[in-house]
Design a binder for this molecule. Structure first.
Ligand code: 13P
Ligand code: SF4
Length: 305
């Protein structure tokens, strides 16, 4: 079977089984093409809550599938590739944050959505990279404990100077690995290009950018911009997708470190195997976890509106 035949078979199976396929924008092009919804983690979590399908198949990483399950506990939620985790989400657990909370009892705990469902059970509100600033601004408490990403947290702190934001030493090892030196090299190679970066990059890199935003934010900015050339400071798949969307523009990778092995783990064959019941993993969360973790997701949606 070639790629087109496999895609056709996947489309037939998902229709027959009434399955909604979600693909994060970091997924491979051939996966995005067969998805019902693509986008950043915030958009996908909202899309997943609205669909009428009984089964949702997530092509992305585990915390995204868990978020879908939290929003739609009555549905069957499948993760296409069970090994697809998130290096940042795995950095902090409930035990660690419970101890930190004891030290900061008056703080509102804001969790980036890139956290496990188990950790979300003890947090107050979730944010995504596209909603973090807006949500933190709306929180009545000025004392904020922002976990786990200190780079996204620094960006939020810069945008919300009225808040007292406490950060921990976590973050995305992929985005955080990009150095200002690499930025200088890329700018020298492509002097006419605008630099668009994800806020998971370190503050020194963000400070050199023309635009800072989520994966969808970066894509929308580049598509609408009158500029013709861009350096993309997030997972390299975004530059590839943009090149297809805007053939008259030029997109360059900021760094070859920006390859997330977890996001690359899902293949079209995984999607097919999941649909035929031979692969994937059903996300199962206890009722207590769903009830407790759901509070901070609901709060994210309420404050994000
Ligand atoms: P978005 O919130 O922009 O989708 O990012 C998710 C992610 O994992 C970025 O590394
Ligand atoms: Fe997690 Fe970073 Fe990969 Fe995003 S790019 S899924 S934050 S490890």
């Amino acid at each position: 079977m070639n790629v087109a035949q496999l895609q056709e078979e996947i489309l037939r199976l998902k229709k027959e089984k009434d399955i909604c396929i979600l693909a994060h924008s970091y997924q491979a092009r051939e996966i995005c093409e067969i998805a019902d919804f693509t986008g950043d983690s915030y958009k996908l979590s909202v899309d997943a809550a609205k669909v009428s399908n009984q089964t949702i198949l997530m092509c992305g990483v585990r915390f995204m599938a868990e978020t879908c399950k939290l929003l739609s506990p009555e549905k069957t939620v499948l993760l296409a590739q069970p090994l697809a985790g998130c290096a940042m989400a795995d950095q902090m657990d409930r035990q660690l944050i419970s101890q930190v909370k004891e030290k900061y009892p008056d703080y509102t705990v804001v969790a980036y959505v890139n956290t496990t469902a188990d950790l979300k059970t003890i947090c107050d509100v979730c944010v995504t990279s596209s909603s973090a600033v807006q949500i933190v601004r709306k929180i009545p408490n000025n004392n904020i404990l922002f976990i786990p990403d200190c780079n996204l947290g620094s960006y939020v702190a810069q945008q919300c100077p009225e808040k007292n934001i406490k950060l921990l030493n976590g973050g995305c090892p992929i985005h955080a690995a990009v150095t200002p030196d690499e930025v200088r090299k890329a700018k020298a190679l492509y002097p006419g290009a605008e630099l668009l970066v994800h806020p998971e990059c370190v503050p020194e890199v963000c400070a050199m950018a023309d635009y800072i935003g989520s994966t969808s934010g970066i894509m929308n900015y580049a598509m609408k911009s009158e500029k013709k050339e861009f350096i993309i400071g997030t997972e390299i798949s975004i530059a590839e997708h943009l090149q297809y969307e805007c053939p008259d523009k030029e997109f360059h990778f900021l760094s070859m470190k920006l390859i997330c092995p977890n996001m690359k783990a899902t293949t079209l064959a995984d999607v097919y195997n999941c649909l035929t019941g031979k692969g994937g993993e059903e996300i199962l969360l206890s009722e207590e976890t769903v009830t407790a973790a759901r509070r901070c997701i609901d709060e994210m949606i309420r404050l994000g509106e």
